[in-house]
Design a protein. Structure first.
Length: 429
């Protein structure tokens, strides 16, 4: 009896040694290959060679919770390469393993009622015996690994199943690694696209602001996301006539940024010497009306400065009232009678408001990201907080920007900004 048992024991030991070498080989593959189209077929090829089987396949769960073929190797008539096969959850051997999260040894496929023979009928292939094990990561089944037909024996046995489970663990590790790499690559791709989008958006904003002996402009622009819907512009149409605008597209992110770019481009086409802010706003609205994405609109405050007199005409389309920080250290809101935001109505009933700037008076235009800056306790800075920051004397437009920026940061502290922030300051010296 012992003489007959020894060869079987030696055979099992040899198979176990071959499996161990195969596992080492698969571990090396996982560490050296970072592309799924290379790694998964390589793992299957090692499994076929080490386990001495005709065919191997790997299925991953899809969005519907069924199985989709991710890689296959070998077997006359078996699907290979990019062939697409879907197995419903609970159907066939692979579907049963997915449904029950349990490894399965099938010595005789056609004697097992769970076996689905239609693939054999379509391909002409004859399945004898099957090993199928779930691929699990972090307590979740993400797919199944399957091999068919041992080449040197009629059927698989329990020793084969235990060895195959070890391969399945490595295959699951490999898939997890590949998905992590894919996520990192996708994050890098998105980051690069957003960086490109930021550059494009920045190109629509003024690269320089007017600076004269008796005139200063300063601006702060900070999108809450990578790109935003806030915008500002200063258009100098002559030594005496300067137009300026701050606007806010409803929404954030790429859609808002695209509408912002469109709106600025249209406004620059409209602004011509002598046009009033009311007329420019009405024409701007007419050109935007009917062309905005449903649910999106633009608030804007448009102004024209006559430099020699300090005369400022303002026109608002649903935008925040500006602040006027006087040379004596006082500050107040400038109430501009507003009209509806741009893009909502075909005609805009706009009206103008005029003020006169004295030397060291500073007109502050901003988006609602300033008063609606929230701290960790969900408390807004609000208009009273902004007025408090502006109740002092300022010697330059940059000083006004610094006071508002530092004050907003001090109020918000560690809380993330929930909205874009734009500030434009102008004044005479």
């Amino acid at each position: 009896m012992k003489g007959r048992a020894m060869p079987a024991s030696l055979e099992i030991l040899e198979r176990q040694l071959k499996v161990y070498k195969g596992l080492v080989e698969v571990s090396a593959l996982i560490n050296s290959i970072t592309e799924s189209r290379e790694l998964l077929p390589a793992i299957l090829a090692v499994a076929r060679r080490v386990l001495e089987v005709e065919a191997a396949s790997l299925f991953l769960t899809d969005g519907a919770g069924d199985l989709e073929l991710a890689a296959a190797s070998g077997g006359p008539g078996m699907p290979v390469g990019d062939a697409k096969i879907t197995v419903p959850r609970g159907r066939g051997i692979a579907g049963w393993v997915l449904e029950n999260s349990e490894a399965l040894l099938v010595p005789d496929a056609y004697a097992d009622p769970r076996f689905f023979p239609d693939v054999d009928k379509k391909t002409g292939y004859r399945t004898r015996s099957i090993l199928c094990v779930p691929l699990a990561r972090k307590g979740q089944v993400i797919g199944v690994l399957q091999v068919l037909n041992p080449t040197e024996r009629l059927a698989f046995d329990e020793a084969d199943l235990e060895a195959f489970k070890a391969y399945a663990n490595l295959a699951a590790t490999a898939i997890d690694k590949l998905r992590t790499i894919d996520r990192q690559r996708e994050q890098q791709r998105v980051a690069q696209e957003f960086a490109f989008a930021r550059e494009i958006q920045a190109s629509f904003l003024p690269q320089t602001l007017p600076r004269h002996a008796n005139l200063q402009f300063s601006a702060l622009y900070r999108p809450a996301l990578n790109v935003g819907g806030d915008f500002y512009d200063v258009v100098e149409l002559g030594p005496e006539e300067i137009y300026f605008v701050v606007g806010d597209v409803a929404g954030k992110g790429m859609p808002a940024a695209l509408l912002m770019a469109q709106a600025l481009s249209i406004l620059r086409l409209i602004l011509k010497p002598g046009i009033s802010p009311v007329a420019a706003m009405a024409r701007w609205n007419a050109m935007l009306s009917g062309h905005t994405i449903r649910g999106m609109f633009i608030t804007a405050l448009l102004g024209r400065l006559t430099v020699s007199s300090g005369h400022v005409e303002l026109c608002s389309a649903g935008h925040c009232h500006p602040f006027l920080a006087r040379a004596d250290g006082t500050c107040a809101e400038v109430h501009v009678t507003g009209s509806p935001p741009l893009g909502l109505l075909p005609e805009l009933p706009a009206r103008a408001q005029s003020i006169t700037l004295s030397p060291l008076d500073w007109l502050v235009l901003y988006s609602d990201g300033l008063p609606e800056s929230f701290n960790a306790r969900d408390e807004p800075l609000d208009n009273a907080g902004v007025l408090h920051l502006l109740h002092r004397k300022f010697g330059a437009s940059d000083d006004v920007i610094d006071a508002l920026n530092c004050g907003e940061l001090a109020h918000r502290q560690q809380a993330e900004p929930h909205d874009d922030l734009t500030i434009l300051v102008l004044g005479l010296l």
